[in-house]
Design a protein around this ligand. Structure first.
Ligand code: DAH
Length: 336
């Protein structure tokens, strides 16, 4: 028995000493120390050892086991270190590889169009201001010369919070707020979201965006309005763009006009429509509005305009359905 034990031990130690890989080492552990291993089977044959020799033999088996375990662990550490070093040599980082691209998203066509409009007006010395989306009836209508019962309220039916508070149906109330809080000269644009109780279709939505413009100073005339909007249209749609002013009515401007631009595809000669596309409403600020907002109409005059932002985005990017702007389909949005 003792010789057998010695033989197992020296065999095991020799195999451990000459093993060159971690999985080989593990096989050796199983072969000697495992449940069906050689050393384990020696222990099982303890019953063949005379009783008086059992304690000393048991001790020998345990010592052999400890020696084998120590040798296994020592070799395991050496082999693991070697494996790590080889792996590090193999996995050299190639710093010349192109970096992974960050997925940063990109601007919505509305935002691109708005930034373009802001850039144009800031270039003409305008300041960008904002007003509240939840507005008083007083600012949305009354101070814009549109008292209760006025027919112009019909096409601007909106969502009411109560009798006096509503979701603004236009950005024009920012005109009134600005005139009340600032002294002329005033030169602002006011972009923002507006609301109307409209059904959704290709050209309507209960929520859309406008950009309001307001200029108040001494001796502002319709010629200033015309020159400004002609310049705006050229910057936005190209140097050949022509503008056409059609007489119209808005309660808060007198005279009022709607402005068409020559179609940048057919140059005004007529393609799908008449060759002209309506882009905004405008006019000279009504003296009564100036008065209600604390500005003396004898001393000052001004012009105002209101542009539909979606309108601009649809035209500029040749999109034929406004709903596409709100569906958040990345395949669509990625094109701009
Ligand atoms: N607020 C008008 C609308 O929503 C658009 C408009 C027309 C704004 C004339 C103006 C203006 O400032 O002068 O229909």
């Amino acid at each position: 028995m003792k010789e057998q034990l010695e033989k197992i031990k020296s065999e095991a130690l020799e195999k451990i000493g000459s093993s060159d890989a971690l999985d080989v080492l593990n096989d050796i552990r199983v072969a000697y120390l495992g449940k069906k291993g050689e050393l384990t089977s020696v222990l099982k044959s303890m019953k063949d050892v005379p009783p008086e020799e059992r304690p000393s033999f048991g001790q020998m088996v345990n010592e052999a086991r400890t020696q084998i375990e120590d040798a296994l662990e020592e070799t395991r550490q050496i082999l693991a270190k070697k494996a790590r070093e080889e792996q590090m040599k193999r996995e050299v980082i190639d710093v010349t590889l192109p970096a992974k691209k960050n997925n940063t998203g990109h601007s919505h066509p509305n935002t691109i169009a708005l930034e373009e409009v802001e850039r144009i007006f800031i270039g003409m010395g305008y300041e960008v201001v904002e007003g509240p989306e939840v507005e008083y009836d007083e600012y949305n209508f009354e101070k814009l010369n549109t008292p209760k019962g006025h027919p112009a309220r019909d096409e601007q039916d909106t969502f009411y919070v109560n009798d006096t508070i509503l979701l603004r149906s236009q950005t024009s109330p920012v005109q009134a707020r600005t005139m009340e809080t600032r002294k002329p000269p005033i030169r602002i644009i006011a972009p923002g979201r507006v609301f109307r109780s409209d059904e959704v279709d290709a050209t309507h939505s209960p929520s859309f965006h406008q950009i309001e413009g307001l200029v108040i100073d001494k001796n502002i005339t319709f010629a200033d309005l015309k020159g400004t909007l002609a310049e705006f249209a050229k910057e936005l749609f190209g140097a050949d763009t022509k503008v056409k002013f059609r007489p119209h009515h808005f309660p808060f401007t007198e005279p009022s006009a709607e402005v068409d631009v020559s179609c940048f595809k057919c140059g005004g000669s007529g393609c799908k429509g008449e060759g002209w596309i309506e882009i905004l409403g405008c006019g000279m600020v009504h003296p009564h509005v100036l008065e209600m907002c604390g500005i003396d109409p004898e001393e000052y005059s001004g012009f105002a305009f209101g542009v539909g932002l979606e309108r601009i985005a649809l035209l500029k990017y040749e999109i034929d359905d406004m709903r596409l702007l709100y569906e958040n389909d990345i395949r669509f949005l990625k094109q701009f």
